[in-house]
Design a protein around this ligand. Structure first.
Ligand code: PLP
Length: 387
């Protein structure tokens, strides 16, 4: 199918093409292995890069459909579905990097990514420098002759700091350094890093792409040549996904544009409500004019996303009481599902020195991942818990 010019709302539904047979809904391919029609066929398929019907760790028809949809939504040539977001990030980095290489990354990254950089990669001789992601000049200053990758995440988890994707990609391309952006918080509906010259885009598909808190998956998108190399690492590491998760993800993807549009609107309304509340010291949401990255976010995003965080006036104790008092909003990690989730993220790095990663990471920090409930019901729940 010719995909050029199609709107994301159409791509989410038709981006995988009609598939085989007359099924309107995609079949779930649960088989771990696939029969070859002849010895000759077996030899040919076994030598293929990314075969769809050989062995599910190498590829799977339901998995391939998800990859086509997400690659289309991200405006990329190819995608690779992995067992989790961390599986996608770790596989991509282990595929691109070798001993002696250096990575420039942000101070504010998802905790798992920060740990991968700090605890795992140094054991394989890969070093990194953390920079203030709001300063393009800080990325440039951190680049060394051995820098091979710039790792980005915008808006970042959990303080919603915004990075200038086009400016960082420009300075990276001039030096032949690859860029990899975690687009989980924005989703491809609100932001397309590849269109801003970022080489590779990664998601925790567990979040908005799946959208129903019922699967764990990750996906990396980019040029076919990069994805072929990442696939070759993924099959060695066993980072692949499977037909069941891919089926759920495909089902979730069909409504991604609608869900994200609603989550954008509700998050903005709740951010404004919280900003005006006397118990709240500060709200981090790129859609608010008070956010330091607002102008940049308005330029590089078409919506501001469904996640916000705020500093409770009562510090860590106030934040804990607030979370416990909520009736409708659920106290759980993760984001991007139909149900609104809250997490007292300030307590998650109290003892690990993690607070130094970003000045906004204070003990009273609460993250709210907005779902699809009616905004008035959510506002009433927040108001009662803050009272
Ligand atoms: C921004 C971001 N990237 C990556 C991940 C990791 O994804 P997963 O839990 O699917 O491994 C998360 C999980 O919370 C995340 O928030």
């Amino acid at each position: 199918m010719q995909q050029e010019g199609l709107d994301p709302e159409t791509l989410a539904i038709h981006g995988d093409g009609p598939g085989e047979g007359s099924d309107v809904a995609p079949p779930v391919h649960v088989s771990s292995t696939f029969r070859a029609e002849s010895a000759e066929d077996f030899d040919r398929i076994a030598r293929e890069t990314r075969p769809e019907r050989f062995y599910t760790r190498y590829g799977n028809p339901t998995v391939a459909r998800v990859e086509r949809v997400v690659a289309g939504l991200e405006g990329c040539e190819a995608a690779l579905l992995c067992a989790s977001g961390m599986g996608a990030i770790a596989t991509t980095m282990l595929s691109l990097l070798s001993a002696g290489d250096h990575v420039v990354a942000q101070r504010s990254h998802y905790m798992g990514t920060a740990r991968l950089l700090a605890e795992c990669l140094p054991r394989f001789g890969i070093t990194h420098t953390l920079v203030d992601q709001e300063e393009v000049a800080a990325f440039e200053a951190a680049i060394r002759p051995e820098t091979r990758l710039i790792l980005l995440e915008t808006p970042s988890n959990p303080v919603l700091a915004v990075t200038d994707l086009a400016a960082v990609s420009t300075l990276a391309r001039a030096r032949e350094i690859l860029t990899l952006a975690d687009n989980t918080f924005a989703s491809p509906i609100n932001q397309q890093p590849h269109a801003l010259d970022v080489d590779l885009v990664v998601h925790s598909a567990t979040k908005y792409l799946g959208g129903h808190s019922d699967l764990v998956a990750g996906i990396v998108c980019g040029a076919k040549s990069h994805l072929d190399a990442i696939w070759s690492t993924a099959i060695m590491l066993g980072a692949s996904s499977n037909g069941f998760d891919a089926f759920l993800l495909l089902r979730g993807l069909r409504t991604l544009p609608l869900r994200v549009a609603r989550q954008n609107a509700t998050a903005l309304a709740l951010a404004r409500f919280l900003e005006a509340h006397p118990q709240v010291v500060r709200v981090h949401y790129p859609g608010l004019e008070s956010h330091p990255g607002h102008a940049l976010a308005a330029r590089q995003m078409s919506g501001f996303g469904g996640v916000l965080s705020f500093e409770h006036g009562g510090g860590a104790a106030g934040a804990r009481t607030f979370v416990e008092r909520l009736q409708l909003v659920t106290n759980a990690v993760s984001l991007g599902g139909v149900e609104t989730l809250v997490a007292h993220v300030g307590s998650m790095w109290e003892d690990g020195g993690e607070a130094e990663r970003h000045a906004a990471m204070t003990p009273g920090l609460v993250r709210l991942a907005v779902g699809l409930e009616h905004p008035d019901d959510l506002e009433r729940d927040l108001a009662a818990a803050l009272a």
